[in-house]
Design a protein around this ligand. Structure first.
Ligand SMILES: NC(=O)C1=CN([C@@H]2O[C@H](COP(=O)(O)OP(=O)(O)OC[C@H]3O[C@@H](n4cnc5c(N)ncnc54)[C@H](O)[C@@H]3O)[C@@H](O)[C@H]2O)[C@H](O)CC1
Ligand SMILES: [K+]
Length: 505
């Protein structure tokens, strides 16, 4: 199935090779033509981003190196001071790159020497591209470390060397770049951490590959178009048709979380919101949430939901169009047992967040896979690590692999939060947020996200769309909240207040 219109496709290295082969074999576009356009585009990116001073190209032996040689020629012909350093002997280079070497006017390329990077105004990394696999090996590893240590900014050809173009994983040395010139389409690894942190700004270079190629990408960036899919209120809408969300959670000391989830759901357009929380805490919700309903649920007498509350919870959610389980729930064993009992019994779309996720640790399949209605899980790396029983550092090393694994096991949509929020479907398809909303790095913004996604699902959006619309609106709200005074003083309540503006953008 092709990607929805609101997703901008990202390619894996293998998919790019497939498209490349198709363009060459089926559309009879010559490799040197593609390389010429890639090199010209790369030269354009360098001219725009570093308009003066010496340009030092560091070229490997594959076609990525060949692109660099073309760009070096274009810039020399334009009068720029250009030096070309080779990582491997020229005769080891591929035939297409060697052909480009012959056309290079001016000084011949020389063997790589770290000292030569000192005179660079800008370094161009053409060591490894989509043809690289695994950790950089000698001599590329040493060269990459030297480029990383150099003072001058680095611009990458296609992908920063050391970053896996397909996964964004970084196993060994890699280069932090200010920008990456992505040929034809950006590769997935440029948008997934840690690779994203190395890529810098991504400039797309059209290399003349026609439409209609063979690859059917399974990953893409979430575009603003997803907001056009959000149902809007009309003249005949009622509070119920706008979406009825029920939030189950809260505990002594953790009453802010469900309150923010509720407010976020309302600001994201839900017409009717209920909070089900420990009975002794009812008053704190009643005074804070003027527009929401509050249902007191059985508790242990100390402000924690009790496992005996299953039936009352099911009663509280009976008219809901979507349920959010977990904000402020706490790690109390009784409350956790309640979450495990509730999750399989909710017969509407369900969002599980925070301590609701911790309750599912190691039992994803058992508890969720049999659900008949869609489920969305919204973990950060620590919570995903607990769900899969792996270290959070391991999750951070290979975010795509772990988010897909959790989605496959639980048959749920899994939203792995971060600057590169990843939304994985059980099928393996992944939608990626562009990120860049540092204002969201503060307590409570996760509760806001679960409320927004809850609202989208309650409006009847298909789950993939609803989760992505929620992620996108939340990101925009974080940016809008930071607009007047920068990200540092933003609090989650500001993000909630910015949701209507974000959703109307
Ligand atoms: N996609 C397109 O349409 C076009 C892409 N171009 C550019 O070509 C590269 C891909 O080129 P390829 O020759 O396949 O691979 P690389 O340049 O990435 O070089 C691989 C090179 O390095 C060796 N190698 C592989 N892995 C490692 C490693 N871990 N450590 C050390 N060395 C490694 C391998 O043996 C090869 O020799 C693409 O990114 C674009 O930049 C075209 O120029 C235009 C069309
Ligand atoms: K590169």
């Amino acid at each position: 199935m092709s990607l929805p219109r609101w997703m901008e496709p990202l390619l894996e290295a293998g998919e790019m090779r497939e498209i490349d082969r198709w363009a060459i074999n089926e559309r009879t576009i010559a490799v040197d033509e593609l390389m010429e356009r890639a090199g010209e585009g790369l030269a354009g990116v360098i001219s725009r981003r570093a308009p003066a001073g010496r340009v030092v190209f560091v070229c490997g032996k594959g076609n990525n190196g060949g692109d660099g040689i073309v760009a070096a020629r274009v810039l020399r012909q334009a009068g720029r001071d250009v030096e070309v350093l080779l990582v491997w002997p020229a005769e080891w280079m591929g035939s297409d790159a060697q052909a480009q070497l012959k056309k290079l006017p001016g000084a011949k390329p020389v063997a790589f020497e770290a000292g030569r990077l000192n005179k660079a105004q800008v370094i161009v990394d053409c060591v490894l591209g989509t043809g690289s696999s695994g950790k950089p090996r000698s001599p590329a590893d040493q060269v990459i470390s030297e480029m990383e240590a150099a003072k001058a900014p680095v611009i990458a050809a296609d992908v920063p060397s050391g970053v896996d173009a397909t996964t964004g994983e970084v196993e060994g040395p890699a280069v932090h770049c200010v920008a990456t010139a992505a040929f034809h389409r950006p590769k997935v690894g440029l948008w997934v951490r840690p690779g994203k942190e190395y890529a810098g700004e991504v400039d797309i270079v059209d290399i003349g590959i026609p439409r209609g190629g063979p690859a059917r990408p399974d990953a893409g960036l979430i575009g603003s178009g997803v907001l056009r899919e959000v149902p809007r209120r009309g003249a005949t809408s009622t509070k119920f048709s706008s979406g009825n969300v029920c939030i189950i959670g809260g505990s002594r000391g953790l009453t802010g979380a469900p309150a923010m989830t509720a407010l976020a759901a309302m600001r994201a357009g839900a017409g009717y919101v209920t909070v089900g929380a420990p009975a002794s805490l009812e008053l704190s919700f009643t005074v804070r949430l003027l527009e929401a309903m509050v249902v007191g649920l059985p508790e242990d007498g100390d402000g924690h939901l009790d496992a005996s509350g299953l039936e009352p919870v099911l009663k509280a959610v009976v008219r809901a169009d979507a349920v959010v389980l977990g904000p402020g729930l706490s790690k109390n064993p009784q409350s956790q047992a309640l979450a495990r009992a509730v999750a399989p019994r909710i017969d509407v779309p369900l969002v599980v967040d925070a301590d609701g996720l911790n309750a599912l640790a190691g039992q994803l399949e058992e508890i969720l896979a049999g659900r008949r209605w869609p489920t969305v899980l919204t973990p950060h790396a620590g919570e995903l690590g607990r769900l899969l029983e792996v270290d959070s550092a391991e999750v951070e090393r290979s975010r795509l692999r772990h988010v897909r694994e959790a989605a496959a096991i639980s048959k749920a949509f899994v939203v792995l939060k971060g600057d590169d929020t990843l939304v994985a479907a059980p099928s393996g398809r992944v939608a990626i947020s562009r990120g860049r909303a540092p204002g969201l790095a503060t307590a409570g913004t996760g509760d806001v996200l679960s409320g927004v996604i809850g609202a989208m699902l309650a409006k009847g959006m298909p789950v993939a769309q609803g989760a992505c619309a929620g992620v996108y609106a939340h990101l925009r709200a974080g940016q809008i909240a930071a607009a007047p005074h920068g990200p540092d003083g933003v609090i989650a309540s500001d993000v909630i207040a910015s949701l209507p503006a974000a959703l109307s953008a």
